[in-house]
Design a protein around this ligand. Structure first.
Ligand code: HEM
Length: 307
C-alpha cells in the first residue's frame, strides 16, 4: 500500500490548524502552485526538527475543481465538490476551496510557524478562504460541554475507515477529507437543562455513556449519525476541534473517510431530507457556515502531482 500522509492509526496530537486556500486564476497559476507544494514535506521536516517529540504533520488535500486542472486524466473516483443542502431552517453551505492543509502536533507554536511558511511558499498564487485553530476545551470536550470522539474508530479500524484501498488502486493510501465549520448558539444551548441536552446528543454529559435505547430519541445526534448497512456500522475518522472567538465559537468538523458518501449520508440524516424525516435537534443550536471536500493523496501520489 502506498504511504498515507497521516499516521491514521495514531490519535490526533493536541493542537491543530486547518488552512483552506483558493488558488488565484487556477487555469494560469495551477501548475505553478502545485509545483510549489513539492516543498511542503521539507518545510514540515525543518519545523518539526525544532522539537521532534511534537509529532508535527501537515496533510495536503486538493478540491475537486483544482484536481481537474492539475491532473485532468487521472482523478480519485469519488472526488466531487461538496454538495450544499437545505431543509427548513437547517443549512449546509458549500464553500469550495482548492487546497487544504491540516497541520497537527503537540505544539501550537510550531503549527503556526508551519502555516506561515505554507502561506509564504504560495505567496500571491493563493488566498485564504478559511483558517481555524483548535481551542482545547476542558478534557476533550466540544463547546456544548459533551466529550467529542468517544465512538471514533480505534487501532486498525481507523485505516479501514479512512484509507482508500483496492476499490481505486491508483489512489490507494489516500483519503477523502470532509470539512464543515459550525457556529453554536451557546447562550440558547446553555439555557437548556442538562437532561434536555443529553437527549439532543444521545449521550450522558458527565461521561459520554450512551443513553439507553428507549431514552434516545430518533432526533438525537448519535441516532442520526449511527448508520448500519449490511450489519456493519458506517465509520469515519473524526479530527474535529472547538474553534472560534467569544463572538462566534463552535466546532471545526474534519473527518477522513475512505468513501466520501459516508459522511455525506450522515449529514443528510442530520439535516433530515424529506417531509417527515427526523432531523438532528443539535442543528437547532448550531449552524454550518463552511463546507468543503478534499482528497489527500498518498505521499507517492502527492510527489507525482507536484513534480
Ligand atoms: C456542531 C456539530 C457537531 C457536534 C457538536 C458534534 C458532537 C458530537 C458528540 C458530542 C458526539 C458523541 C461522542 C462521540 O462519539 O464522539 C458525536 C458523535 C458522532 N458524530 Fe458528531 N458532532 C457534530 C457534527 C457531526 C457531523 C457533521 C458528523 C458527520 C458528518 C458527525 C458524526 C459523528 C459520528 C459518526 C459520531 C459517533 C456516533 C456513534 O457511533 O456513537 N458529527 N458528535
Amino acid at each position: 500500500m502506498p504511504t498515507p500522509q497521516l499516521k491514521i492509526e495514531a490519535q490526533p496530537r493536541a493542537h491543530a490548524i486547518v488552512l483552506i486556500l483558493r488558488v488565484v486564476d487556477p487555469a494560469k497559476n495551477g501548475a505553478q502552485a502545485a509545483r510549489a507544494l513539492a516543498r511542503i514535506p521539507s518545510l514540515a521536516e525543518q519545523v518539526a526538527a525544532v522539537d521532534t517529540s511534537s509529532g508535527l504533520v501537515c496533510v495536503v488535500g486538493f478540491g475537486a475543481d483544482f484536481w481537474k486542472i492539475i491532473s485532468p486524466a487521472k482523478r480519485p473516483a469519488a472526488l466531487t465538490p461538496f454538495k450544499p443542502r437545505r431543509a427548513g431552517e437547517r443549512v449546509a453551505p458549500a464553500s469550495g476551496g482548492d487546497l487544504m492543509f491540516h497541520i497537527n502536533s503537540d505544539r501550537a507554536d510550531l503549527n503556526f510557524e508551519l502555516a506561515l511558511r505554507v502561506r509564504d511558499l504560495l505567496g500571491p498564487l493563493a488566498e485564504v478562504m478559511e483558517e481555524a485553530r483548535s481551542l482545547n476545551y476542558l478534557d476533550g470536550r466540544d463547546l456544548t460541554g459533551f466529550i467529542d470522539g468517544t465512538e471514533n474508530p480505534q487501532g486498525a479500524e481507523r485505516a479501514a475507515a479512512a484509507l482508500v484501498g483496492d476499490e481505486d488502486p491508483d489512489f490507494a493510501g489516500g483519503a477523502y477529507v470532509f470539512i464543515q465549520r459550525y457556529i453554536h448558539d451557546l447562550a440558547r444551548w446553555r439555557s437548556l437543562p442538562i437532561g434536555e441536552q443529553e437527549k439532543i446528543i444521545g449521550r450522558r454529559k458527565s461521561d459520554s455513556a450512551e443513553l439507553a435505547g428507549g431514552e434516545q430519541p430518533p432526533t438525537a445526534h448519535i441516532s442520526r449519525v449511527s448508520i448500519e448497512e449490511d450489519g456493519r456500522e458506517l465509520q469515519i475518522v473524526r479530527y474535529g476541534f472547538p474553534c472560534g472567538t467569544t463572538s462566534d465559537a463552535g466546532l471545526f468538523f474534519i473527518a477522513y473517510a475512505r468513501n466520501p458518501g459516508i459522511p455525506e449520508k450522515m449529514l443528510d440524516r442530520m439535516i433530515g431530507q424529506g417531509a417527515d424525516a427526523p432531523h438532528d435537534r443539535l442543528l437547532e443550536f448550531t449552524r454550518a457556515v463552511f463546507g468543503a471536500t478534499f482528497f489527500a493523496p498518498s505521499i507517492e501520489t502527492l510527489r507525482a502531482l507536484t513534480s
